[in-house]
Design a protein around this ligand. Structure first.
Ligand SMILES: [Zn+2]
Length: 390
């Protein structure tokens, strides 16, 4: 097993020149390696902080999206359709009967393979999500309520009041295109639930005046454009809020959302005028700030050694998960191409897998869990649980 205090210096990166990690943290940036370091030459590839997915329902990602040509006015209509299908579709019922731990594991793998190292999960914090072996970190210091239409005003207000003010509190809100959806924002204000730690998920129905009130309250918006476009044919207007650092990006689950956060970035780019730099901040620095995660979201000394390596020739919004070269969590590699895997850890650390037809390496404990799960990640095959060099 790798030493908890091992030192690694990444060199020849685009973004920062060098970055040194000691154990689970970044120790310095733009300093030469120290004698005894493992030195990884990135050959001009891009080094980024591990990405932050600000909204997912990890246990729902193996369920098939609802095949419907229907567009909705508000989220509640869609939820009624999904519930109806759960009762009438045997395939859906079989998939949801798979253990929640296995389904959540696939949700974690979906995120890890796209370079995500932190996920804000919108549901109960099942024990598996805090397990150190789970594929990504999951935000644990936070409060949440589903929505006003599911939970009701009293429970929503109680949930907000029970959340310490230094922790984020998230709720699906203004998820629709009608006036009823917009008025959810007003209702949250009346209930005293719009504070600087409030994160509204979706916010499609917010008009300019409500966006100003959100900004004035110091609250944030979690933007999930793929899900919005699928269900409503429209998404939130985010430019003004994003320029103020008030927006983070989330995938939502695959029941309505994108395949992963890289695809979400591509959709976000296509349906907004946000620059690549601003888009990237939504999944790094702005995401960390809104989720009150002061220990990540940037490449700075003292922060967590959660890292992502991707090609240096294209912006994030043009990448797919087959472009991911290396993902590091707590200073330890989890997923890599063969070249980076060989440099980062000995062969016994890895299992050989295939991702969308490309050879890749996955940390072997995780690969074993994946191969034993009662559901699978589409596009991923376990080739060999041990890595035997060809
Ligand atoms: Zn959601």
């Amino acid at each position: 097993m790798m030493s908890a205090n091992r030192c690694v210096t990444f060199m020849n990166c685009s973004g920062v020149r060098t970055l040194r990690t000691v154990g689970a943290h970044i120790s310095s940036v733009d300093t030469p390696p120290v004698a005894g370091d493992t030195v990884i030459d990135l050959g001009g590839a891009r080094l980024l902080p591990g990405l932050i997915n600000a909204h997912d329902h990890l246990q729902l990602n193996t369920l098939p999206p609802l095949e419907t040509a229907r567009r909705y006015n508000r989220a509640h209509e869609w939820i009624l359709d999904v519930d109806g299908r759960r009762r009438s579709d045997p395939d859906f019922e079989a998939l949801i009967a798979v253990s929640r731990n296995d389904r959540s594991l696939i949700g974690g793998v979906k995120n890890l393979l796209s370079g995500v190292t932190t996920v804000a999960h919108h549901d109960k914090l099942y024990p598996i999500l805090s397990d150190p072996g789970f594929p990504t970190r999951v935000v644990t210091r936070s409060g949440w309520s589903h929505s006003l239409y599911i939970d009701g005003g009293d429970a929503v207000r109680d949930s907000y009041r029970c959340t310490p003010p230094d922790q984020p509190w998230a709720i699906h809100a203004a998820e629709g295109i009608d006036s009823e959806s917009a008025q959810e924002f007003d209702r949250l204000e009346e209930l005293g639930c719009l504070g600087s730690n409030t994160l509204l998920v979706h916010g499609i129905a917010l008009d300019a005046e409500r966006r100003q009130r959100l900004d004035h309250a110091g609250a944030g918006l979690i933007w999930c454009p793929s899900s919005n476009l699928t269900l409503f044919g429209r998404t939130a207007e985010v430019q003004w809020l994003a320029e103020r650092g008030r927006v983070a990006l989330g995938t939502d689950s695959r029941l309505s959302g994108s395949r992963d956060l890289l695809e979400e970035l591509r959709v976000a780019r296509q349906c907004s005028g946000l620059s690549e730099i601003l888009l990237e901040s939504l999944v790094t620095s702005a995401g960390a700030r809104l989720l009150r995660l002061a220990d990540r979201g940037a490449l700075e000394a003292g922060l967590l050694a959660d890292l992502l390596v991707v090609p240096g020739d294209r912006p994030l919004s043009q990448l797919a998960r087959t472009d991911v070269r290396l993902v590091v969590l707590d200073g330890i590699p989890r997923f890599a191409d063969e070249a980076h895997a060989a440099r980062m850890a000995p062969p016994e650390f890895w299992s050989r897998i295939e991702v969308d037809g490309c050879p890749r390496m996955l940390e072997s404990t995780l690969a074993r869990a994946l191969s034993a799960a009662g559901c699978r990640e589409p596009g991923v095959d376990i080739v060999d649980l041990t890595w035997r060099a060809a």
